[in-house]
Design a protein around this ligand. Structure first.
Ligand code: SF4
Ligand code: SF4
Length: 228
């Protein structure tokens, strides 16, 4: 079975790829052969993984980013602007898989971290969904008061209260130079944004998102509300 057929069988199933970041550009740049091989390589451990595959995928993203940032530093690139307390990016809609949402829920129960379900409900009023409850891509997120745009897990110190179990997307969010452009405007990226993206990470998250597209499209807030 060639890599494309493998991905179609084990990752895509009956649906399309749910691409994270600019992965589709890679199809043109790298060529179809490399694209499907790399996607298979990124997806295979997750497909074969057991109950702990969500945690393993998060650890893999952390490792990849650490390694790639170290490589970039050797080439003379400045480190990302990101640091604790820098949290403009934590004011937007968050996507995660059901497995990630379960881990967050369990983490909060174990550590008595209160989840503000009222805020999650208010936020979801700004997320357009279809008959299946999947986010259509349309949002009025930025029309909310600032306090409601903040992630329910962003503490008063602007630190993430669930850092060890934060979703893949939160791990992959990096920017260079400034945090001024890290907030999208109702889903539209700021044209001035200078995000740091790594194709290796995009392959992995795209594979995970495609496998779990039914839950990912529900958004983290909806999944947590359903786990109450
Ligand atoms: S992505 Fe932007 S807002 Fe988020 S931590 Fe990095 S620089 Fe700060
Ligand atoms: S889960 Fe944590 S890192 Fe992710 S958006 Fe919320 S506060 Fe930020």
């Amino acid at each position: 079975m060639g890599p494309r057929e493998w991905v179609e069988k084990h990752v895509m199933g009956d649906g399309d790829l749910l691409c994270y970041g600019n992965l589709f550009d890679e199809l043109e740049e790298a060529g179809a052969g490399v694209f499907w091989e790399e996607l298979k390589r990124a997806a295979a451990p997750y497909v074969a993984g057991g109950r702990d595959r969500a945690r393993a995928a998060q650890a893999r993203v952390d490792d990849l980013i650490r390694t790639l940032l170290a490589r970039d530093a050797r080439f003379g690139y400045a480190p990302p602007f990101c640091h604790k307390g820098c949290a403009n990016c934590c004011h937007q809609l968050v996507y995660c898989t059901l497995e990630e949402a379960r881990a967050i829920h369990a983490h909060c129960l174990e550590r008595a971290i209160a989840i503000d379900y009222g805020k999650l409900q208010r936020q979801l009023r700004h997320v357009d969904v279809d008959a299946a409850g999947d986010h259509t891509g349309t949002t009025t997120w930025d029309d909310q008061p600032d306090a409601d745009r903040r992630c329910a897990f962003l503490g008063p110190d602007r630190a993430c209260a669930i850092w060890p179990v934060r979703p893949l997307v939160c791990r992959a969010q990096l920017a260079e130079g400034t945090d001024a452009h890290c907030t999208p405007h109702n889903g539209e990226p700021d044209p001035e944004a200078a995000g740091i993206t790594y194709v290796e990470v995009n392959y992995l998250i795209s594979a995970v998102f495609t496998i779990h597209r039914d839950s990912v499209k529900k958004t983290m807030g909806r999944l947590l509300l359903d786990l109450r």
